[in-house]
Design a protein around this ligand. Structure first.
Ligand code: ATP
Ligand code: MG
Length: 408
């Protein structure tokens, strides 16, 4: 089947004035980004709507891409035909025959912005409806609850006909809510939390703490692959790779083992906050879920939160693991997340982590450390990578070996 356009619908109801234009312009830009490799496809804002003009690009691919664009409520593949009644009838029949399953009931709705068209809207509706009834066995009209509605829009430049409505993922266009730095491990939860933050319109950059060469290339590759899965939703995804081995050594030296995780996470937040300042981000995002592990009790989060002022967004905080897994599968991060390679945290987990860590103990241990210097060194040796749906970045090419803290 050949389609000419994809009509894009977005949640305009909640939008007013300036916000609406910002939202629409960003949406158009984001759609262009995901269709970059299909140069014939043109995204336009016309008649107060967003259309993708296909110009021969395969509509199945375009639709798969649009399913990953935040801010889209639904979209419809559209056929364009000439201003002859016979053409309109034939095309309407083609459009309804494409639907799977073939509907049992239908109605036709005609809009006629082009007032010079010789038939009025009810006449067009009757003509088209009659044609469909004559040509599809068993099909019936139901004006109240039809299985499908065949839309006929008569415009000066042609007649637009569509009926299929494909659901989009909703949310807000990426970038309309500002920026956040997401703490991205190689696990199941954090990529899902990044995704939720992106869904609400945040432009998200990842930060990943690694202890290469203690953590393997494979574990870093996981993070790259997760970033790639996320990049399908935003066109690109940046990850800041932060070497954390030196800090871990210090923690091991000065903190009681039960407080390793608390200490580590206090450093995560400090470094992430410093990065956020530099990147113009006003939030940090984590994959924490209340009570999931020792470091995710309220007492732990309280102790960890002390060291930063930046708002921390925890999209998964009330979610059950099984529900998180379901989302991970749906958004395409699950497969990479369950690869067995350990990240720096898993190698560092104490036998008996404190579920009620003491801020006093953490502060005492930190009093022996040069916190600012450690944070600065870590950031100075941070590598940023930009992952796109088509990039082929390999962990082994990142040359972490030249990072000076490892050779000290
Ligand atoms: P995940 O499945 O996201 O790894 P988790 O259940 O393993 O989470 P924790 O190890 O307590 O839980 O980590 C909680 C959060 O801290 C993670 O969701 C992530 O946001 C952040 N985090 C953990 N390890 C790292 C890391 N190596 N680099 C960056 N962020 C991390
Ligand atoms: Mg983890």
């Amino acid at each position: 089947m050949h389609y000419d356009y994809i009509l894009v619908r977005y949640g305009e109801i909640a939008l007013k004035g300036k916000n609406r234009y910002r939202f629409e312009d960003r949406l158009v830009q984001n759609i262009r980004n995901v269709l970059k490799d299909l140069p014939q496809a043109k995204v336009t804002k016309t008649f107060g709507r967003i259309y993708v003009e296909l110009n021969g690009s395969p509509y199945e691919i375009v639709i798969e891409r649009l399913k990953k664009v935040f801010g889209l409520i639904s979209f419809s593949p559209v056929k364009k035909t000439g201003l002859e009644l016979e053409q309109i009838k034939t095309t309407a029949l083609e459009v309804i025959e494409q639907l799977k399953p073939i509907p049992k009931t239908f109605k036709v709705e005609t809009k006629r912005p082009y007032k010079l068209f010789p038939l009025n809207s009810p006449e067009v509706t009757n003509e088209v409806g009659g044609h469909l009834l004559r040509n599809i066995q068993g099909l019936k009209v139901d004006v109240h609850h039809p299985d499908t509605t065949v839309m006929v829009e008569i415009r000066e430049e042609g007649v637009f006909i569509y009926s299929e409505v494909i659901k989009g993922i909703g949310g807000m266009p990426a970038g309309t809510s500002g920026k956040g730095i997401a703490l991205l491990s190689g696990g199941i939860d954090s990529p899902v939390s990044s995704w939720y933050a992106m869904k609400r319109g945040l432009l998200v950059e990842g930060i990943h703490f690694h202890t290469y060469p203690l953590t393997t290339e494979e574990s870093i590759q996981k993070v790259i692959d997760l970033a790639q899965a996320l990049s399908y939703f935003s066109g690109q995804f940046k990850v800041h790779m932060v070497p954390f081995l030196e800090i871990q050594k210090e923690i091991k030296t000065y903190a009681p083992e039960s407080h390793n995780i608390t200490m580590m996470r206090r450093f995560f937040f400090r470094i992430a906050e410093r990065l956020a300042e530099r990147r113009g981000a006003l939030s940090l995002i984590t994959g924490e879920s209340l009570g999931q592990v020792a470091s995710q009790t309220l007492e732990s989060m309280y102790a960890i939160n002390q060291v930063v002022h930046t708002p921390i967004i925890r999209p998964l905080i009330t979610m059950d693991k099984l529900d998180i897994i379901e989302v991970a599968q749906k958004i395409g991060t699950y497969e990479a997340s369950i690869r067995p390679f350990e990240d720096c945290c898993s190698l560092f987990v104490p036998r008996n982590p404190a579920t009620k860590p003491s801020i006093k103990i953490a502060e005492k241990a930190e009093s022996y450390m040069d916190i600012d210097q450690l944070v600065e060194d870590a950031l100075a040796n941070t590598r940023v990578i930009t992952v796109t749906p088509h990039s082929k970045i390999k962990a082994k090419d990142l040359l972490f070996t030249d990072i000076k803290v490892f050779t000290k």
